[in-house]
Design a binder for this molecule. Structure first.
Ligand code: AMP
Ligand code: TRP
Length: 334
């Protein structure tokens, strides 16, 4: 089903359950700024997803607002995009139930993220972790979303959302657009600073392996100075030197200069020079963002105006789809 606006719809959600890394920023956020002209974008802070594992209430509150602030501070314009907090739009929870009744235990049991987690936790795994992908499907389908920018680990959940949407459309009548994954044309893959053949991830046990968007300058310097390189002692852009390559990729993504052009400046220079430049580039990029985040976090009224306006728009669009679902299922209109 087409949305009335001719622009394609993008929906993306991030959980306020952890801190964002330089990987999230260079791989996702920094590029989302380029999407806002071409697409109708919804950026959602998925707090309902975050409570699938126990959250300290004060932490959840702070992280929800901080995540919203990071979106905005990264340059994504709240006037051109819809930012909102998932729990502010009840249609998500309601649609999730309707879709749960159109999902199978079998397909949910096949989700690798659930399988991994249930292997560790056994029977005491939260039921929310089992139905989580259905809530994610509701998020996506309520907005007649065409494109969903997600990491590889979420592709299986997106595939499930497509299956659920297709099933609902076939059982009743066309109700949902069938969403597709979206990989931005540009967007760096940032590797772990400690094991540079692995992706940088906030869930890594070693805090030296990742840089957080909110890490202060001295922490960034320390983590970069400890970044694993190699014993070759020359700076080339090659897979044989994954640590060096990662640092070049980071500088390249920030400065917009190709890594091969960067390499030319490092003839006769050592890893200390490269690390210093990498640290300076990261600090130069993140400092203004951190300042903006702090300013937004200290002006809760302005932030509130943004998420309230976002919830209003999201509610309008999302509820329209929800009402269609209810009607088709056979509920009496209110
Ligand atoms: P996640 O934190 O894995 O839920 O990912 C959220 C978004 O950030 C997705 O679009 C990922 O592709 C992106 N992302 C996360 N880690 C990295 C990384 N190390 N390099 C590039 N992009 C990343
Ligand atoms: N499940 C996603 C994650 O853990 C977050 C998410 C929830 C999401 N709803 C979404 C991502 C809808 C894209 C679209 O990263």
């Amino acid at each position: 089903m087409e949305n009335t606006d001719s622009k394609k719809v993008i929906f993306s959600g991030m959980q306020p359950s952890g801190e964002l890394t330089l990987g999230n920023y260079l791989g996702a956020l920094k590029n989302w700024v380029n999407l806002q002209e071409e697409y109708d974008c919804y950026f959602c802070v998925v707090d309902l997803h975050a409570i699938t594992v126990r959250q300290k209430p004060a932490d959840l509150r702070r992280r929800t607002l901080e995540l919203l602030s990071i979106y905005i501070a990264s340059g994504i314009d709240p006037e051109k995009n819809t930012f909102f907090i998932q729990s502010h739009v009840p249609a998500h929870s309601e649609a999730a139930w309707l879709l749960t009744c159109n999902s199978y235990v079998g397909e949910l049991s096949r989700m690798t993220q659930y399988k991994d987690k249930s292997q560790k936790a056994g029977d005491s795994i939260g039921a929310g972790l089992f139905t989580y992908p259905v809530l994610m499907a509701a998020d996506i389908l309520l907005y007649q979303t065409n494109l969903v920018p997600v990491g590889k680990d979420q592709l299986q959940h997106l595939e499930l959302a497509r299956d659920i949407a297709t099933r609902f459309n076939n059982t009743y009548s066309p109700t949902f657009a069938i969403p597709e994954g979206y990989t931005p044309k540009i967007g760096a893959k940032v590797m772990s600073l400690q094991e540079p053949t692995k992706k940088m991830s906030k869930s890594d046990d070693n805090v030296n392996s990742f840089i957080l968007i909110m890490d202060p300058p001295e922490v960034i310097r320390k983590k970069i100075s400890r970044a694993v390189t190699d014993s070759l002692g020359v700076i080339n852009y090659t897979d044989e030197q994954p640590g060096v390559k990662n640092l070049l990729d980071i500088i390249s993504a920030i400065k917009g200069v190709s890594p091969l052009d960067l390499v030319k400046d490092y003839e006769g220079k050592g890893y200390a020079d490269l690390k210093e430049d990498a640290a300076n580039a990261i600090i130069g990029e993140l400092s203004p963002i951190q300042e903006k985040v702090k300013a937004l976090m200290s002006d809760k009224k302005a932030l509130e105006a943004i998420y309230k306006q976002g919830a209003e728009k999201a509610s309008y669009v999302g509820t329209k789809t929800l009402r269609k679902m209810q009607k088709k299922i056979g509920f009496i209109p209110r």
